[in-house]
Design a protein around this ligand. Structure first.
Ligand SMILES: Cc1cc2ncn([C@H]3O[C@H](COP(=O)(O)O)[C@@H](O)[C@H]3O)c2cc1C
Ligand SMILES: O=C(O)c1cccnc1
Length: 338
């Protein structure tokens, strides 16, 4: 069955979000309380173990199979000169991902993750959103469906990444249209644009938000008007993963921007999501705040591709290893707190 065959399908999925299993969380918390350490001493590693317990519905969660899905799309707004790089780089980087030469290839391997590369109609950039909607409803649905397909299969964790020259412009517009604030609040240097280009980029983001204000009332309309194919695919992947209770590790500003329109209407969409890191793109910290997510890492990364999220998966592995492998006070014959 195709997920997101229609807009109504997408909206139905967004309005019926499965919850984590409270009984498994309680059971996992009881196990943590019995392990040979002062209560709470593993800090957020303990939270991570409970998070996985709730979504896997077991007190002893495991990460046997994790996948990075990296979505690539091209953007009409690139023609406005908002990136430091030309749009051909999107397809060139997809070829690099396939050959194994990109940062995400190395980082996914280091974190023990499989990598799926999904190139979305690269030869047909979206429309420039300052002129009209970036995508037709059909184009946006196709991207959502591609995202859902990448979340299929027997996986324990989905890491979402993106590649698309000029997509930090789309991410800023989508975030601003979803949460308000000025274009300058959401717009950063992306691949490293100079001061003149940054000013132009802010103007373009502002134009885009103004162009669609009043029309972009639903999550779907926001996504299709201001997003891009790879961004819509991430939204589809995250929503499809939720229906199957698969946890998601989010990456940087662009990956997280896919959730802005969804969370605006259904704030609980982030409940199965972890924020792998906070990127150096200034809008990301603001967006994580709006999404109610606290990043696991703050490494000054600003690459995308799922790179920061892949690094954070190593923390999940540590969290689950401690939760699974430690002895209890009773097993180890260690005295408990008095
Ligand atoms: C070689 C290269 C590899 C990348 N990998 C991710 N991005 C990142 O940069 C782009 C967003 O920045 P902007 O909006 O300024 O174009 C996206 O493709 C993002 O994934 C890359 C960018 C480049 C140049
Ligand atoms: O936050 C990110 O993921 C990011 C920032 C700049 C460029 N590409 C990605």
């Amino acid at each position: 069955m195709t997920m997101f065959a229609s807009v109504a399908d997408f909206e139905a999925a967004l309005s019926s979000l499965p919850k984590a299993d409270a009984a498994s969380i309680a059971e996992a918390a009881a196990r943590q309380a019995s392990l040979t350490k002062p209560a709470g001493s593993l800090g957020r590693l303990e939270d991570l173990a409970l998070f996985f317990a709730g979504w896997q519905r077991t007190a002893r969660p495991a990460l046997a199979r994790g996948r990075v899905a990296i979505f690539a799309g091209n953007h009409g707004v690139a023609a406005r000169g908002v990136s430091a790089f030309p749009p051909e780089v999107t397809a060139q980087m997809v070829a690099n991902f396939r050959r194994g030469g990109a940062a995400i290839n190395a980082l996914a391997a280091a974190a023990g993750l499989e990598l799926e590369i999904v190139a979305l109609e690269l030869e047909r950039p979206t429309a420039d959103f300052t002129q009209g909607p970036a995508m037709t409803p059909e184009e946006c649905l196709r991207a959502l469906q591609a995202g859902a397909r990448a979340a299929a299969g027997n996986i324990d964790l989905l890491v979402v990444g993106e590649m698309g020259i000029a997509n930090s412009t789309a991410a800023a517009a989508l975030s601003g249209a979803s949460y308000g604030g000025s274009a300058g609040d959401w717009t950063g240097r992306g691949t490293g644009v100079d001061d003149t280009t940054l000013q132009r980029k802010i103007a373009v983001v502002s134009e885009g938000i103004a162009r669609h204000a009043g029309h972009a009332t639903s999550a779907f309309e926001l996504l299709r008007r201001l997003g891009g194919r790879e961004i819509a695919a991430i939204a589809g992947a995250v929503l499809a993963a939720r229906q199957r209770r698969i946890p998601v590790m989010l990456d940087g500003f662009i990956a997280c921007s896919a959730l802005a329109p969804l969370a605006r209407h259904a704030p609980d969409i982030t409940a199965h999501c972890l924020a792998g890191h906070v990127s150096a793109e200034p809008g990301h910290r603001r967006l994580l705040g709006a999404l109610g997510l606290s990043p696991l890492l703050d490494l000054g990364m600003r690459l995308g591709e799922g790179s920061g999220a892949a690094v954070a998966v190593n923390l999940v592995r540590s969290a689950l290893a401690a939760h699974e492998g430690m002895a209890t006070f009773e097993e180890a014959m260690v005295a408990t707190a008095s």
